[in-house]
Design a protein around this ligand. Structure first.
Ligand code: GDP
Ligand code: IMO
Ligand code: MG
Length: 415
């Protein structure tokens, strides 16, 4: 498989970072295609935990090319901080990080607007939405402008015209300085990827957020401002659809969500507390407690359709180890109608009654299981039922945050 997209199939935080790190061992290039430093992708290597916000999660393997595509919105301050964080841990990106010249740049005014207006949605406050607004309004400033002082001046002046809140000179000189520091990473990403594909290099496209946070296909308006689904991997990098071989959806064995918006299968407080503490469900970017709930097959089936998933990677199965009974939501009931497919109307999601089926738990520690066949019978039955409901095969199962705690279904783990 030369080109594989890895995409979140719920509301983000499914464990994409861990799955990308695992697959990156056999890839040459890893590319982020949308979102920005609203993402927090965790990779655990030995005793070290890395949280990556902008740099692709393949960076912890030596010699991989890491690319930030045009669809990503880049906060230069956050980027340079992340590069420094990696450097302090002995990982340098001098020779293997490329950033698209066409990626849009986050400015201080984007963050201020986001903090002011984002509360209703519960945004991360990183300026993501306002930066995408400027991109669509055709007044955004791109990476290439940071290394062209006339262009930066003209565009920034136009954006700050009439504003007494922001000091043009200060921002201008700060961003020119960022431009000097970032210049060496800038590249014509579509051409780089085109040539890599011609040489049959293996490329991973790393999604941020998740399908239900997608601007078009998620729980609008409680979404992020980009296409976090597989389609975004094409527009966000400059690779055509005929080049993609496989799409892997990452799903948690239950569901979580951070921020506002409908969440039909959300637990009651007792269960929420239990799963949140066992699953360490606190945001990797903002530290906010994540809302937790049962697996919702309606939303994940939606993700199977929207992304054309070839297979799924099920993560955090171990978090359900101590559950006597495990529920799966298979439908919503609202005003006399049963919904088996994801409805666009969020009133349905907010006010529906749920159709659940209940499964026996396995009540045993699975964190050292190394092969699918060694999972307890009830754990296999749960996974097989998910696969049947979703009509997609399970390719990877993860039973802990560490590198070795995951296996490819059907063969011994060699990760
Ligand atoms: P991402 O945004 O999709 O990359 O996911 P996050 O990194 O935000 O959140 C996933 C969290 O679950 C991280 O703390 C991971 O270290 C952890 N994790 C990933 N896979 C597993 C797993 O199989 N079991 C457990 N217990 N934790 C996992
Ligand atoms: P990863 O890549 C989970 C959520 C925010 C908020 C909404 C909009 O780690 O899975 P934004 O700042 O993007 O405008 O916020 O989206 N959100 C995420 N939730 N995981 C993420 O990223 C998220 N990125 C944004 O909490 O509800
Ligand atoms: Mg995350």
């Amino acid at each position: 498989m030369s080109c594989t997209i890895v995409v979140g199939a719920q509301w983000g935080d499914e464990g994409k970072g861990k799955i990308i790190d695992m697959l990156a061992a056999d890839a040459e290039i890893i590319v982020r295609y949308q979102g920005g430093n609203n993402a927090g992708h965790t990779v655990v290597v030995g005793e070290n935990e890395f949280i990556l916000h902008l740099i692709p999660s393949g960076v912890l393997h030596k010699g991989k090319t890491c690319i930030i595509g045009n669809g990503v919105v880049v906060d230069p301050e956050a980027l340079l901080k992340e590069i420094e964080m990696l450097r302090l841990k002995g990982i340098t990106v001098d020779d293997n990080l490329l950033i698209s010249e066409a990626a849009h740049v986050i400015f201080p005014y984007h963050k201020v607007i986001d903090k002011r207006r984002g509360a209703k949605i519960g945004t991360t406050g990183r300026g993501i939405g306002p930066c995408y607004v400027d991109k669509m309004a055709r007044c955004g400033i791109r990476m290439t402008d940071l290394v062209n002082k006339d262009s930066l001046k003209k565009r920034l002046q136009a954006n700050l015209e009439g504003s007494s809140e922001f000091n043009f000179e200060k921002i201008y000189s700060q961003y020119l300085d960022y431009g000097k520091k970032i210049k060496k990473y800038l590249a014509n990403v579509p051409v780089v990827l085109h040539e890599a594909i011609a040489k049959k290099k293996r490329i991973l496209f790393e999604g941020a957020q998740g399908t239900l946070l997608d601007i078009d296909h998620g729980t609008y308006p409680y979404v992020t401002s980009s296409n976090s689904t597989a389609g975004g991997a094409l527009t966000g990098t400059g690779v055509g659809p005929t080049r993609i071989d496989k799409v892997i959806g990452v799903v948690k064995a239950y569901t979580t969500r951070v921020g506002e918006g409908p969440f039909p299968t959300q637990f009651n407080e007792d269960l929420m507390e239990k799963i949140r503490s066992k699953g360490k469900e606190f945001g990797a970017t903002t530290g906010r407690p994540r809302r937790c709930g049962w697996f919702d097959a309606v939303i994940v089936k939606h993700a199977v359709i929207i992304n054309g998933l070839s297979e799924i990677a099920v993560t955090k199965l171990d978090v359900l180890d101590e559950m006597e009974k495990i529920k799966i939501c298979t439908g919503y009931k609202y005003k006399g109608k049963t919904y088996k497919d994801f409805p666009a109307d969020i009133d349905v999601l907010t006010n529906c009654d749920l159709v659940y089926e209940e499964h026996e738990g396995w009540m045993q520690d699975i964190t050292s299981v190394k092969e699918y066949k060694d999972l307890p019978k009830n754990a296999k039955a749960y996974l097989e039922r998910l696969s049947e409901l979703l009509q997609v095969k399970i390719g990877i199962v993860s039973v802990g945050s560490k590198r070795r705690q995951a296996f490819v279904r059907g063969r011994t783990s060699n990760i």
